[in-house]
Ligand binder design. Structure first.
Ligand code: ATP
Ligand code: MG
Length: 177
């Protein structure tokens, strides 16, 4: 099956959950999935569930979930450790795409990592060009650069119309994390 490059960007809620919905669908079809999450380091509920789902995969079906963030949030300038984690993640994403082992590769919050200049934009564009024809590559996160939007085959922008975040509601376990 031919694979495409998808981008989920914008400031509204639904980008990460879109990629998780795709993951669920792909796994149900017996496809192998690699998810790499930039800037994240934590016990997200989706990771807990995906780890459990590994035990019920089809024979030869792969599911890998990796996080490339430091334990604290990046407030201003990224530290050398932030850069190192993101670059390590980027290498893993490149390998996952080129390995031939995965049908669906999701680079979560990659757009934000690009915005923070943690990973080189030219290399991301080069990977989009070098991608094997049967790999579906999904990039998520706010602030997708124009060149990424240009290079992608599908771009959805989630626009915030309302968000309870504006009322001071913090992320809730099971809904946002
Ligand atoms: P979901 O994971 O629910 O699909 P998303 O991936 O579209 O959401 P992100 O842009 O990755 O959302 O935002 C991550 C988290 O940042 C949100 O779950 C929320 O807790 C928080 N957040 C949402 N809106 C804002 C905002 N305007 N400013 C700062 N933080 C926000
Ligand atoms: Mg997200």
């Amino acid at each position: 099956m031919k694979g495409y490059v998808q981008v989920y960007t914008g400031n509204g809620k639904g980008k990460t959950t879109a990629s998780l919905g795709l993951t669920l669908r792909a796994l149900g079809a017996g496809l192998s999935v690699f998810i790499g999450q930039f800037l994240k380091n934590g016990d997200y509920s989706e990771i807990k569930m995906l780890e459990k789902m590994k035990s019920i995969l089809e024979k030869d079906q792969l599911l890998e979930i990796r996080q490339y963030g430091e334990p604290r949030f990046i407030k201003q300038n990224p530290s050398p450790a932030d850069v190192e984690s993101a670059l390590k993640g980027w290498k893993e994403i490149q390998s996952a795409v080129l390995s031939g082992h995965y049908n669906l590769v999701i680079a979560e919050e990659l757009n934000v990592a690009l915005k923070m200049k943690l990973i080189p934009l030219e290399e991301v564009l080069a990977l989009i060009q070098a991608k094997p024809g049967d790999v579906e590559l999904v990039l998520t996160g706010r602030y997708a650069p124009d060149s990424i939007i240009e290079a992608a085959d599908l771009v959805s922008e989630v626009q915030e119309i309302k968000h309870y975040y504006q009322q001071g509601i913090q992320g809730r376990t099971g809904i946002e994390k």
